[in-house]
Design a protein around this ligand. Sequence first.
Ligand code: SF4
Length: 433
Amino acid sequence: MEIDIKALRIEGIYQQNDAGQLMMRVKLAGGLLSVPQAAALARLGQQYGSGAFHLTTRGSLEFHTLEADQIGPIQRSMAAVGLFSRGACGGAVRGISCSSSFGRGFNHSQVLARQLLFHFSGNPHFEGLPKKFKIAVEADYTGSRHLIQDLAFVYVGLEEGRALYDVWTGGGLGREPQAAILYQQRVAESELLPLTESILRIYRDNVQPPKRLKSLLRSRGEAEFRRMLAAELSKAAPVQFRNGFDKALLPLPAENAELKLLVPVFAGELPAERLGIIAAAAAAVGLDYLVVTTNQDLALLPADPATRQRLLDALQQAGITGLDQPPQQLRVCPGNHGCCMGLAATRDLATQLQQAFGTRLNARSLAISGCANSCAQPQLAELGIVTGKSVRDEDGHRTPRFNLYRRSGEGLGERIAEQLTQEELQAALEPLL
Ligand code: SF4
């Protein structure tokens, strides 16, 4: 089947390999997935592609190794349950990431994430951007993900019933990692949409493809960026969200946050059948939603202890293990298992490190990326591994070389070793774990 792969990007589809197989990313707001949506995806995942989903570090979910003629049937079935992939790749506002700390602002941040997702997905004024535009809405400062977004809103409290957010902008990873700047503190929620649209217009009109917003801050400087934004904002028409239900879909009373049940997903690789089992267990105890966390696990939030126990029993009876244990803080991108940019078999490396270090690995957060694009967010983990290159050895085999990052302060992690073989990498990790 003849396809225009470049044109498909805006539909959330990338070519994955030389055989022409495709990845399709499902766009979620804050990782929230209704139980019927999860069940529908599980059915599709068993019918099409690799039989497993990759859970991303932005709380989205990817089909892998699809054939071109499978895209239409999948998109039709997704649309039947309100799911879509428009803008999940290409020059668009991507899926809105949302804090998985389930912190004090979660009930506000999940609503804002959904409103942003529906406002910008398929919005012709904000497609065709120079490159991706990543927005996160964080319930608190846990995890520091505000540092790596084009635009991040961090909930900081209420004032006269209005949610307030700190606004960060201009961050990003990739080959030139750059921490976001704090643009403004305690901004009222009602001001965030005009602000977001103004930043997007500045980005669209002043940055050459394929650069990110951070390049504008770097080339013009913060003072000039602020001047440009103030000028743009002065022209902006008042605009408010007009997209439906403005209450939390997954209410999380503060006193019940500890009822959260994490279902671990090793390296973000979730068999479709397993997703179906989890969705069925959730449905059996009356849950409406589950969450794809930004640590590539699934979270379920029962409303009371009795429901939690019934859910735990149902999952265990269905063979789901690893529940109710301290979560392993491991993030892994697909690497060359499923990404044409990948220089290393990242999941294999994760498995080998787990075999080598066992539970010592659980004491530290660890992120492994298959190339410098850093999709696993290695500069936000205590220990980060970035595959820097792959070299051809004497017998013609390619072997990866790794850069090691360490994060100890509040900013991005810093490179502490480079061009390591896997053996050297393990030796370098030994004293750090
Ligand atoms: S970090 Fe590189 S290899 Fe990993 S998913 Fe991103 S682009 Fe692909």
